[in-house]
Design a protein around this ligand. Structure first.
Ligand code: HPA
Length: 277
């Protein structure tokens, strides 16, 4: 059964009580950490760590290398709520469950969301290790995280998707990256439900449709964020070239390894954003 509004309220109340009990300020910015980027959570000062399994109604991530906890801590005196481990459709969750934390973030007073992920590069302008600011997405699967009874407290039944990838945050991210000495490219995220990586024909199709990166996460979160009117900055780390682009086999090790290599750059970028958002 799809969650009801009171479930989100109970999750949010539990999280709020843990943060305030610890004397921490309530964050206005949340970050979802993608594969290989979880180490950002370790950089937060005075952290309050809340395991998903303790939060009423929260799903519990099953991806072995993802921690499954919320960490609320400070970066340069700004409180940040980091999600270390997210929920994917391929784990067996319903799509609404994969986006559940977004409704909870909204109730906690989060005003801006940074979403990160590891993705396969479709555009030959990209190289593994590139960071790409997502400007739009393509979802071919018919499911939606907001299918079923609408929860009016979160927004309208039918809602606009044109501005969810916030243009001002993308511009800021590009500027901050330049200041740090690297370039962020722009791109369109093609969602595939996985867990298998794609076939070369699927990647050719996505490329023809206009996708420049491919991944198995993010889109459900972004859709619910659009309904809740939470502006999103999404940064993909190109962890590998997508199927058929170079012909090299794609492995989970490669995906995680690239995340580790770019984590320093990524941390510097997020810090710069946290300071100016
Ligand atoms: N395809 C789908 N998801 C991914 C990939 C890929 O090539 N790399 C990292 N996540």
């Amino acid at each position: 059964m799809k969650a009801v509004y009171s479930d989100y309220v109970e999750s949010a109340e539990y999280i709020r009580s843990k943060i305030t009990e610890a004397g921490q300020k309530m964050p206005k910015l949340a970050i979802i950490l993608g594969s290989g980027l979880g180490c950002y959570a370790d950089t937060l000062e005075d952290p309050v760590t809340i395991p998903y399994k303790d939060i009423p109604h929260f799903p519990v991530s099953t991806v072995s290398y993802q921690k499954g906890e919320l960490v609320c801590g400070l970066r340069g005196n700004v409180p940040v709520l980091a999600m270390n481990g997210r929920f994917h459709y391929y784990e067996g969750w319903e799509m609404w469950q994969t986006a559940y934390p977004i409704g909870v973030f909204k109730l906690l007073g989060i005003e801006k969301l940074i979403i990160t992920n590891a993705a396969g590069g479709i555009s030959t302008d990209y190289r593994p290790g590139d960071l790409v600011a997502i400007t739009d997405h393509i979802k071919l699967s018919p499911d939606s995280p907001v299918r079923g009874a609408n929860i009016p407290e979160f927004g309208e039944r039918f809602f606009d998707m044109q501005d969810v990838y916030d243009k001002s945050m993308i511009a800021l991210a590009k500027r901050k990256a330049e200041e740090l000495g690297f370039t962020i490219k722009e791109g369109v995220y093609g969602y595939m439900s996985g867990p298998q990586y794609e076939t070369p024909a699927e990647i050719r199709m996505l490329g023809m449709l206009g996708a420049t990166v491919v991944g198995m996460s993010t889109v459900a979160e972004v859709i619910f964020a659009a309904q809740c009117k939470l502006p999103v900055l999404c940064i993909s780390c190109v962890s590998n070239m997508a199927a058929g682009i170079t012909g090299a086999a794609i492995t989970e090790e490669e995906v995680l390894e690239t995340g580790k290599v770019v984590s320093e750059r990524f941390t510097a970028l997020v810090d710069a954003l946290v300071a100016s958002l």
